[in-house]
Design a protein around this ligand. Structure first.
Ligand code: 5GP
Ligand code: MN
Length: 336
């Protein structure tokens, strides 16, 4: 990794470091942040991990969870930490638009910036760059960084489980095209270093509430729309579903994959209304680049086959816009 030496020189003496990640943190965002947090703390630095907003309960088992600062709940203290930091690590995002309310202070801080990310088209211009869009997960990049810095022995069970969680989820449990031989070798190392893969998998995937499973049945039966002529399937989830099923943050995660699992479907989406915003998630198989689609029409981005964005229209208008745009965009790139 090309900037390792420069960063290592900078970190020769103890530094004040803030780690942050994108809003609505997922397992890769939080796992890579906490894995790095433990590593840097053990090197003798003063480390704070600040997330832009809350994350789902099924990530709370991660070692170091109690140290994580939620920016929305501790704005003043967070601003102070960020403004006084020597180094700000930006993990699993590469545009300041992804950290919501933290954007201003992140752009203002005199701290040096280190970017560790695997999303396309990075906007941030870092002092230390560990960006690589061929990586399956930011946790893979953190693994590489730790190895470059200190070798395998620096990875203990806590770090191994945080990084494993990021890799497992961002590869779709080792199913996405990003699942390389290298990823399996890294995971083999993480297991050797103490990661309990069965435990991590159960904590993330097998902690459903009954309400969530009932909602899944309801969404599949009532909220899934399929347009075979465009090979598209999508869910539209309104606020009433959140109320009726007492859904919590994270309860809609993974739902979009059911739409993509239908035979013949190559583009899947979910359009969700939550409070005052509409969030969209896109998935595709093959050539249709959902990150470009999300970036151009829904103020978003992501990866070629998994992306997300926002809409300021109503739920109905957003669905209409989505359908019209598909007609325009999808015909040329459809898989036969
Ligand atoms: P998900 O659909 O699981 O929320 O996100 C899928 C991928 O798209 C992730 O890599 C995520 O970082 C990215 N993504 C999701 N929402 C947004 C967004 O609003 N803006 C950008 N730039 N990327 C997003
Ligand atoms: Mn990621």
């Amino acid at each position: 990794m090309k900037d390792t030496k420069a960063l290592k020189d900078f970190l020769q003496s103890p530094k004040k470091i803030v780690i942050t990640t994108h809003a609505n943190p997922d397992a890769d965002a939080l796992g890579s942040s906490l894995g790095l947090h433990h590593f840097l703390t053990r090197l003798g630095h003063k480390v704070s991990t600040i997330v832009p907003n809350s994350y789902p309960d099924f990530l709370e088992w991660m070692p170091g969870n109690s140290m994580v600062i939620n920016y929305e709940k501790s704005k003043d203290a967070s601003d102070k930490l960020i403004l006084e930091a020597d180094l700000l690590f930006c993990l699993d995002f590469s545009g300041f638009g992804r950290i919501k309310g933290m954007r201003d202070v992140a752009e203002k801080t005199p701290a040096k910036i280190a970017l560790v990310d695997h999303h396309l088209n990075p906007e941030i211009k870092p002092d230390y760059n560990f960006w690589n869009d061929h990586s399956a997960a930011t946790a893979e990049l953190i693994y590489d960084l730790i190895i470059d810095f200190s070798g395998k022995n620096a990875i203990d069970k806590d770090i191994a489980e945080c990084l494993y969680a990021g890799i497992m989820t961002d590869t779709g449990s080792f199913k996405h095209p990003s699942t390389t031989a290298k990823i399996h070798r890294i995971v083999a190392d993480l297991i050797d270093l103490g990661a309990d893969v069965n435990k991590v998998s159960r904590l993330i995937y097998d902690t459903n509430s009954l309400q969530r499973l009932r909602f899944l049945g309801h969404a599949l039966a009532e909220r899934l729309k399929v347009d075979e002529s465009y090979q598209v399937a999508y869910f539209v989830i309104g606020e009433e579903d959140f109320k009726d099923f007492r859904l919590k943050q994270g309860d809609t995660e993974g739902l979009v994959n059911y739409a993509l699992s239908i035979k013949g479907i190559v583009v899947a989406a979910i359009i969700i209304q939550r409070e005052n915003e509409i969030k969209l998630s896109f998935r595709s198989i093959g050539d249709f680049a959902v990150n470009k689609f999300a970036e151009e029409y829904f103020n978003g981005g992501g990866h070629k086959n998994a992306a997300g964005g926002m809409s300021e229209l109503s739920l109905e208008e957003t669905e209409k816009k989505f359908k019209e745009l598909l007609e325009k965009n999808i015909l040329n790139t459809r898989i036969k």
